[in-house]
Design a protein around this ligand. Structure first.
Ligand SMILES: Cc1cc2nc3c(=O)[nH]c(=O)nc-3n(C[C@H](O)[C@H](O)[C@H](O)COP(=O)(O)O)c2cc1C
Length: 302
């Protein structure tokens, strides 16, 4: 959001990057060992607390046979991490499930309520790991957002509670960026939240890692796990998020060059690099296990 007179930087992506880079980490080397990045999330064990993003609308890259969504899903399965996908029709979701990846389907807040319910039920029947909704994709410049020709609609606490009650699967709310919404998620029985501003949909959105400690405090002992996304580009970013209270992170656009160029193998190599960087940060700071990481090693640049 820029103006001819005032050159203000309102882009939440830029603000978020700046905030993340202002968080510094001390070293604790004596008695440290090579760390283990394996983790549990929603009761399942994964090789690392680094998950794929809830992406949509990725075509086949470089003339390859599978879509980018299928390719990164295969990479998630082969890397033993949790997979996410976003807006899509049921036939596309079936193809994601056919990859065998443990997948969370994030359904859009469609104005067509029957479509929301249908996609959630389809995901459950197809064996999804969890379902959820990106509540940060409701509003657009002219009121309700129109996303790829489809109108979105406001979501109330009661509607979200209804989704939770209808499904046997854990319910994940994506796009939580306040204590107020986080507490509402806990109240309706959501099992996880994604602390995110959806790559900067709202100007001046608070960086997820800045609001995360308050959210964690508010959700203490409420049984809600949290994932951070937006601007996660490497293992140091993941480490900072975990130290601030996240249970896991999702990479996003940082994965795209590897996906476009080398498909499944590119994403696997990218994820491996992020995981190695995380292990490196953990080893340097004396945290042998993911569950041990805390914020006592962090320093905030003024
Ligand atoms: C091509 C593309 C498609 C996306 N589609 C969806 C979607 O359908 N549902 C959703 O919840 N988020 C969607 N997102 C947002 C991502 O899940 C994620 O929140 C965001 O990209 C994080 O920021 P980062 O890219 O800076 O890491 C999409 C992002 C991109 C770049």
């Amino acid at each position: 959001m820029q103006n001819e007179v005032y050159q203000r930087v309102s882009d939440a992506n830029v603000i978020t990057e700046k905030y993340m880079d202002s968080i510094l980490v001390e070293e604790r080397l004596i008695d440290s060992v090579v760390a283990d990045t394996s983790t549990t999330f929603l009761g399942e064990t994964f090789s690392m607390p680094v998950f794929t993003p809830a992406f949509s609308h990725l075509k086949e890259f470089n003339g390859r046979e599978k879509t980018g969504l299928e390719e990164y899903s295969i990479a998630a399965k082969e890397s033993n991490i949790l997979n996410f996908c976003g807006m899509m029709e049921n036939d596309q979701f079936r193809k994601i499930m056919d990859t065998g990846a443990k997948t969370v389907r994030i359904v859009k807040p469609y104005a067509d309520h029957a479509k929301v319910l249908d996609q959630m039920q389809f995901a459950e029947d197809a064996g999804a790991f969890a379902i959820g909704m990106d509540i940060d994709h409701i509003f657009g410049e002219n009121g309700r957002d129109i996303c790829v020709g489809e109108e979105m609609a406001e979501q109330t606490t009661e509607m979200l509670r209804d989704y939770v009650e209808r499904t046997k699967l854990p319910f994940v709310v994506k796009g939580v960026l306040s204590v107020r919404d986080a507490v509402k998620c806990a109240n309706i029985g959501a099992k996880a939240i994604i602390v995110s501003h959806h790559h900067g949909r709202m100007p001046y959105a608070v960086p997820p890692m800045m609001i995360l400690p308050q959210i964690k405090e508010a959700l203490k002992d409420r049984g809600v796990e949290s994932i951070v996304d937006c601007g996660i580009a490497g293992g140091a970013d993941v480490f900072k998020a975990l130290a601030l209270g996240a249970d896991a992170c999702a990479v996003g656009r940082s994965m795209m060059p590897s996906l476009e160029k080398d498909g499944v193998e590119g994403v696997k190599a990218f994820l491996q690099k992020v995981g190695n960087e995380l292990r490196y940060m953990m080893s340097f700071t004396g945290f042998a296990k993911v569950s041990e990481i805390d914020d006592s090693v962090l320093h905030f640049m003024k």
